[in-house]
Design a protein around this ligand. Structure first.
Ligand SMILES: [Zn+2]
Length: 406
């Protein structure tokens, strides 16, 4: 692998560096940008003007402050008014599509229940929802930069092909290629498409768009749904592991002896104890999966089975998080996915169990509920599109697509 150093490539990398700095330090001045990038002031001035003209950046006027020369200092922010991102999530029994600004403000969203028995029917439904989102963006004069799709399973990190989605039984398929063909058939715009694992996407939503103050890595985001997965963010971005399997915590084994059978073929996996499926089993004493709507309604009605089920789930979740903290020493652990909607009913027993299983000398991470609720994965898929535009180093595939890899 080698990087070319042509003038246009360097300009592109410099643009990305400026956008990235403005994203992480809203209100930054041109002088500060020059200092932090090592570029001279006139180069920064030109790059910033180009980015303002291209609608990536906006100037923030601060009328009360005057510098020594009597000029009004201006800070730079991302312009959230024109450029937009599309994000989608194929969930175990639903599809979510949303559009957001480059600041992460949600401009449109829709979720429909859907059974993914037939992949073609699922993709047709997804394309219909995306077409509607696109039309709304066009009506509002937003320009769509690209589309990110979050999927519940293993994605090859090099070519973004689906390896396997165990909960909906899709495997060895290029979703992006199939979608491009459907877009062309419906005269929809050709746009960059990125495919990402749902737990990784949810982690990215917090890291890119979250308001949390805990921005130092590592950050762990646990997605608790019918299955369980984790996204791990390090100082270099998403950590995917050697084959893309990093964060598959749902199949870490807690009860090898006498544990319940798991969809993966093992016994006593984390998913059999702390997922929506596990809670359903605790409530019904059968294998019948209860929807989140049903579980939440029964909790609101004071159902003791749901309450005690959540206490059990929290007990095991505290142990899981203790193990995660021991291995990765994260600053923050976020509990997300549909089950985060149980709020303190889930968080409180989790924290009690976490502390109970901690040594007094353990440094405690911040453990909190996800900020974006059931939109996290779709929003994170949109954030992955933004990352393609603003991170100087992407995957080899994205570098090649952007002409940065020779
Ligand atoms: Zn398993």
């Amino acid at each position: 692998m080698s990087f070319s150093s042509s003038h246009s490539d360097l300009k592109q990398i410099n643009r990305l560096a400026v956008i990235n700095l403005v994203k992480t330090k809203p209100g930054i001045s041109r002088a500060d940008l020059a200092k932090r990038t090592g570029l001279n002031k006139s180069t920064i001035g030109k790059l910033v003007q180009d980015l303002i003209d291209d609608l990536w950046l906006a100037e923030e006027i601060t009328p009360t402050l005057l510098d020594g020369a009597g000029r009004r200092p201006t800070g730079l922010t991302l312009n959230g008014k024109v450029l937009a991102l599309l994000g989608a999530e194929i969930g175990a029994d639903y599809i979510t599509v949303l559009a957001c600004s480059i600041n992460g403000e949600i401009l449109f969203n829709t979720t429909v229940p859907f059974q993914h028995d037939d992949m073609n029917a699922s993709l047709e439904q997804l394309v219909g929802l995306l077409k509607h989102a696109w039309e709304i963006m066009a009506e509002n004069r937003h320009t769509v930069l690209g589309l990110g799709i979050a999927l519940p399973g293993l994605i090859n990190p090099l070519d973004e092909k689906v390896v396997v989605l165990p909960n909906i039984n899709w495997q060895e398929v290029s979703i992006a290629e199939l979608l491009r063909a459907k877009f062309a058939a419906k005269n929809m715009p050709d746009t960059p498409i990125t495919i990402i694992n749902d737990a990784n996407a949810a982690a990215l939503s917090e890291f890119v768009f979250g308001h949390t103050q805990y921005r130092r890595s590592p950050l762990i985001h646990l997605t608790m749904a019918v299955g369980v997965g984790a996204g791990i963010i390090t100082e270099k971005g998403l950590y995917k592991g050697f084959n893309g399997w990093a964060g598959e915590i749902g199949h870490a084994i807690l009860q090898p002896i006498d544990g319940l059978p798991c969809a993966c073929g093992q016994h006593g996996c984390v998913e059999t104890l702390v997922s929506q499926r596990a809670l359903s089993r605790m409530v019904t004493q059968t294998d019948r999966l209860l929807s989140m709507d049903t579980l939440q309604r029964r909790l609101a009605q004071g159902d003791e089975l749901v309450k005690s089920g959540l206490a059990q789930v929290g007990h095991f979740l505290g142990i899981v998080l203790r193990n995660v903290a021991n291995i990765l020493n994260p600053e923050t652990i976020i509990i997300g996915g549909p089950m985060s909607q149980f709020g303190n009913h889930l968080l409180e027993p989790t924290l009690i169990s976490f502390v109970k299983h901690s040594h007094q000398n353990h440094i405690q991470p911040h453990i909190k509920l996800c900020e974006f609720g059931h939109h996290a994965a779709a929003l994170g898929a949109a954030a992955a599109v933004l990352s393609l535009h603003v991170e100087p180093l992407g995957t080899p595939l994205h570098l090649a697509q952007n002409g940065l890899l020779r």
